[in-house]
Design a protein around this ligand. Sequence first.
Ligand SMILES: Nc1ncnc2c1ncn2[C@@H]1O[C@H](COP(=O)(O)OP(=O)(O)OP(=O)(O)O)[C@@H](O)[C@H]1O
Ligand SMILES: [Mg+2]
Length: 578
Amino acid sequence: MSLQASELFNEFQQLSPSEFFRKNKQMLGFSGKIRSLTMVFHELITNSFDAAEEAGILPEIKIDLQKLGKDHYLLKHTDNGPGIPEKFIMQVYCSMFAGSKFRNIQSRGQQGLGCSGCVLLSQMTTGKPAKVSSACIENGEMKGVKMTFKMDVKKNKGLLMEKEEFIPTSTGVSIELQFKEVSYSKAEQGAFEYIRRTMVGNPHAQIIFRDPEGEKFIFKRAANIVPILPKEVLPHPKGVTADDLIFMAKHTDKRRFRSLLASSLSRMSEKKLREIEEITHVDLNKRPKSMKWEEAEKIVHAIGKMNFMAPPTSGLIPIGNEQIEEGMKEILKPEFIQATTRKPVSYRGGVAFIIEVGLAYGGNSGRIVNEQRKSEIMRFANRVPLTFDQGSCAITEALKTVDWKRYGLKDLENIPFTMFVNIISTQVPYLSTGKQSVAPEPEIVYEVRQASMIVARRLQKYIRVKKAAQEKEMRSKIFEEYVPVILREAAILAETDVPEYKDMLSKVTHRALAELFGEDPDKIEEISPLDDKDARNEDIKKNNTDDVDDLEDRENIDLDEELENSENTDSLDQYFDE
Ligand SMILES: Nc1ncnc2c1ncn2[C@@H]1O[C@H](COP(=O)(O)OP(=O)(O)OP(=O)(O)O)[C@@H](O)[C@H]1O
Ligand SMILES: [Mg+2]
């Protein structure tokens, strides 16, 4: 017997966001024991960094991970940020889609899901409450509160169990959570590696970590500068859809279409508004609330045909070459290091972004896998390491298309090589709520590819010079070994004393080597491998300019030509398929 609609709808109900994610925790990145714990580290660290930087504080985090049983841990995470006012604490940790970052601003967090996701995972796997202690300044007064609470999943809010006030000495947040069905690991996707990578992208931070065995790791600050605070920027007209316009029109307090457009979008001058009117014949003096779908579509269509200045980039703050190099040096102690920052450009027509890359070679670059040093790729978005879902990421896609052999890197998989790539944007196009991979927008793939080739070329130069220096050294050793023997034998034949040759030896060797290498023997030149600054300076001198950006534009042209003449290779496939 068939059922009636009313019977079918007996089961009709509405899920709260927390209920949805309780059933779909993998969408928050909580899948697998190792990954789940790494994601918890990721959410708490990114929040602490965002909060400290916004308050102009150099971030300092203490993490203590204790093992309570098999796959059962207690995590204590403490930061030195501005703290959270008491009335927001439960919302921060128990309400999904709640936060202070739903703005067009460059920050690590975007969705208002991160820390409530951690509380949810803790509750789901242990049934234990969360303990938060927060110290902040409210109305000029330092206040501290400790709270114990659970999440009411149905209502998507907190249930307070205990509260106690205290007098703090400094600001910050401390959270204690228990987890089961998670696992601590030093493997590439584990929590330890997550911290190591975090430090490469955030040399201004300090993390003290006590692992489950009680070993303490101090990841020291390599740079004492709080990053400049990014500014909020208005969305660019080219990125706007009809639905966006209707949404803006519904929720604005502006009285006309024109003031709505001018105040909500960047680069929307009076001249541009007149142009829209001419193209669409829509009266921009009408009240926004009356905007019809067809009108919104016409406006978007007109914008598509018009030219606008590129999106403002004042809201984008890259890490910068020097800081990337500092961060990589501190962690990797490489023999060669080079970073490059591209100029801001945009994807989807209207979202500005910057790509910056760093290449480290030698020393502790790469990763030890089964006692063998392997190359590694560190992907970042707004300074946050992306550890999972590498296969679908724009960064991986781009690096796959570079023909590394052209840069003298034949066995890329098995060399001490770290490639750092960071995308800076007010809106990183993540592929999922887990925020682990960047959508392969063509412009992003292009920029990553270009930047990688620039640093790869500098590495190639370094390796070439180093090899030549090594060869000279080897040959000079041969001279030093044989010249005394020849002199001795010659003296015996000529029946004279062996002449004093020590002072003469280095001159003879120098002259002989110069001849061998086709160099001017009278020129005394030290052959030292290029270090970081030298490579860049040499490039600049060669192009007779002081502006590295200009130079890189020129390099881009060269590289573009190279690209056209070359086919994409799959030389990295093995690496990425691992
Ligand atoms: N350690 C902290 N110190 C101060 N404020 C914090 C801290 N952690 C979280 N917050 C506040 O709580 C809000 C919610 O954090 P949550 O991690 O859930 O979301 P988000 O960081 O905004 O975005 P995302 O889901 O992408 O991480 C933040 O927007 C911030 O306002
Ligand atoms: Mg967050």
